[in-house]
Design a protein around this ligand. Structure first.
Ligand code: URA
Length: 274
């Protein structure tokens, strides 16, 4: 018998609520606003809500999807907490062997755990979203942010933010193979956009893509007869990886703006302490 599709929790919560989500700048769900503002990660916020430690506008709130907006007053453990959502972004040098997934049923280890382990305590409170994906065995530049709109911007095929990879491949790609990559080859899920492609050494190729489909570099190089042995991402937009493996650094606003073409809207607070 076909299983009934599970209704997402946010939709269930939205249906339960009688009043509409308030209009206004950066109206948001409570649990997400707490994570974005660095008060607590989403998992911690969900637990605090279950334990009745969060008050919204003077009453104990247990619904993670309660709407907050300019003027909401939030207290956690009795302390007023500002929900100002400063946009933060950081670069992390992903090592091989960790997955870019929130869940990890096989216990491989996630990039989120690796990052959290090296973040400063004040940054650990934020909900960090990975900007795109890298395969488990891929190393290199992975951006994180607390701003989902930055994720959408940098990963959208519309914005053409470039991603530069270096691949060690089997065999020695010919100029003809590189030319096929430059012209845009056909993959199973449709044509790949033309890519920058050049040979750095007999079996080392630099590829610059302006889209980010699943296993795209590996599929493109396999399609021209040169399966990837190792893959490393050096740059996203104008941002070049400049921290050692396993390390991170915050990006400045100018780097985010000039490097990724994303302008953080100065955010009106999603809530204010009382
Ligand atoms: N393309 C791939 O094939 N793998 C990655 O990790 C990134 C891009």
């Amino acid at each position: 018998m076909a299983r009934k599709p599970k209704t997402p929790r946010w939709l269930e919560a939205a249906r339960r609520r009688k009043e509409p989500v308030p209009e206004g700048s950066r109206a948001d769900w409570l649990v997400r606003a707490l994570g974005r503002a660095g008060v607590m990660s989403r998992a911690e916020a969900e637990q605090a809500l279950r334990e009745g430690r969060v008050e919204l506008d003077g009453h104990v709130e247990r619904d993670p999807f309660a709407p907050v907006h300019s003027g909401s007053a939030v207290r956690v453990d009795g302390q007023p907490r500002a929900l100002e959502a400063r946009t933060l972004a950081l670069m992390f040098h992903k090592p091989a062997g960790v997955v870019v997934h929130g869940s990890d049923p096989e216990g491989i280890g996630t990039v989120f755990e690796r990052l959290r382990a090296v973040l400063t305590p004040e940054l650990r409170g934020y909900e960090w979203y990975a900007v795109g994906r890298l395969d488990r065995d891929t190393t290199g530049l992975l951006l994180f942010t607390n701003e989902e709109r930055l994720v959408a911007h940098a990963t959208s095929p519309e914005t053409h933010v470039s991603k530069r990879y270096v691949a060690e491949v089997e065999g020695q790609p010919s100029e003809e193979s590189l030319q096929r990559l430059r012209e845009g080859i056909l993959l199973e899920d449709g044509p790949a956009r033309p890519a920058g492609a050049r040979l750095l050494a007999p079996s080392r190729v630099e590829l610059v893509l302006t889209e980010g489909r699943h296993h795209q570099v590996k599929r493109m190089l396999a399609a021209v007869g040169h399966p990837v042995r190792t893959l490393h991402r050096e740059a996203v937009g104008e941002l070049l990886l400049d921290v050692p493996e396993g390390a991170w650094r915050l990006l400045t606003e100018a780097e985010v703006e000039q490097g990724l073409g994303f302008r953080a809207i100065p955010s009106a607070p999603a809530g204010k302490p009382r």
